[in-house]
Write a protein of this length. Sequence first.
Length: 529
Amino acid sequence: MEPTCYNHFVRIQSDKYLNASPEKVLKEAFGYSDFRFNQKDIIDNVLSGHDTLAVMPTGGGKSICYQIPALIFPGITIVISPLISLMQDQVSSLDKKGISSVFINSTLEWEEFLATSSQIKNGDVKIVYISPEGLSSNKIRDLLSNNMVYVSCVCIDEAHCISEWGHDFRPDYLEIFQIRQLCPEAVMLALTATATEAVRRDIVRNLGMKNPKIFISSFNRPNIFLSVKPKIAALDLVCDCIDRHKGESGIIYCTSRKQVDELTTSLKHLKYSVKNYHAGLKDETRAKNQDAFIQGKIDIIVATVAFGMGIDKPDVRFVINYDLPKSIEEYYQEIGRAGRDGLPSEALLLFSRGDAHKIRYFFEDLADKSKAENLLNAMINYGALHMCRRRSLLGYFGEVYDPEKHPEQTHCCDICSRGKTPLYDVTIPVQKFLCCMIRTNERFGTAYVVDVLLGSRQKRIVENGHNKISTWGIGKDISKEKWFELVDLMLMAGYIKKEGEYNILKLTSSARQLLATREEVYLPIKLYV
């Protein structure tokens, strides 16, 4: 049975693209001749009325996946978007393409809200951007429940924010579940650039998605060269990178507003073309600086983490992480803003373990510090790697990187570009770790097994009786930091794997064969100095 307002929308809305093919809309409305990544399959699945979860890399064209169905569907498409500035930018961009869209958020005065509501009810709008916190307001619920409003699709952008296992959990996103009750006939599309297996499960469950099809694009951005340098003489390293890309666009990310301002001042003093961007600036200053960067009036923007979300600037040639990101997910999103045009670009991380202490300071306000600590440790391990960074980065998201399938990518990271990495005999330490996993019944994560090896007398270890097993304390000759690095290499080598949302370590068949045959193990890590 058709919704009562279906014919209302067909009659009032422009029927230019109603029931048109995605290819026609792509070319005529957006000016592209070909789809990228999994865009076409995702769009077809949404148009068929099936709930969809799409994990696509930053710069992979996620917005097309809901914008094209929005023009083809008879009703409106609701887009849940986390940033007010992002909504405004997207509405402005769509307006230039002649696509009717509006946003509803806390910046609207009551009269503006009434005018926007009238547009929606009259069928003058195809896409409506709403903030997640706005869904809990009575005025939004009343609007979406109005029999003049037919919602064809509900799209959740940055869907990882609904997962407590994600790097950017936002309680307001839990309100989105209620939209299914308000719009029961609407198809649901969840989009994110970063989602591990645990996060994907959380998204499906917390959104109440109905048997969704999950699309996962490759996380590999082959045109981005991955590089990490020790954070020593940091300003010199920044200047070296800028000079390598003289006259080209770049983004420098800092953790704090103070660091953003200090670095911007230093670079201005050195006559670089640069502006700053963070929430402490006035709205008009922030917008002016952002526009200057997008339009190429300045080369460099120094910013806090929010900058770049939804920014359409394909020619960013370098991204520098001046400070350590809180997680691999955050790092991946930030470096993904480089090279969206597919041309060679660079991602430089200035690595200092001291930055981790600054990040941990903010963990004090978190209900569950362990999750944030796990995310941070993964980032630290990446910075301290002794083998291919691309393999590690993709492996974090569950993707296997096979360099033989990418012969053109001989220098995909700083480690690979140095040539063959020396290997060291780590047979005994690997055997110790695997045996400790077995003695603790393969029921724990990395930190617990390492603590047992180091002879910790933590309450949990004592209560489990693991201070009495044969592997307790046999790893004291290796530092805790080196044990974590070794585990990361063992994961990449396929000796162990992580399972479940708690990242429990399990032995693979390769590990059991290794223990049975006592074969020697060589990995690119020097455990003893």
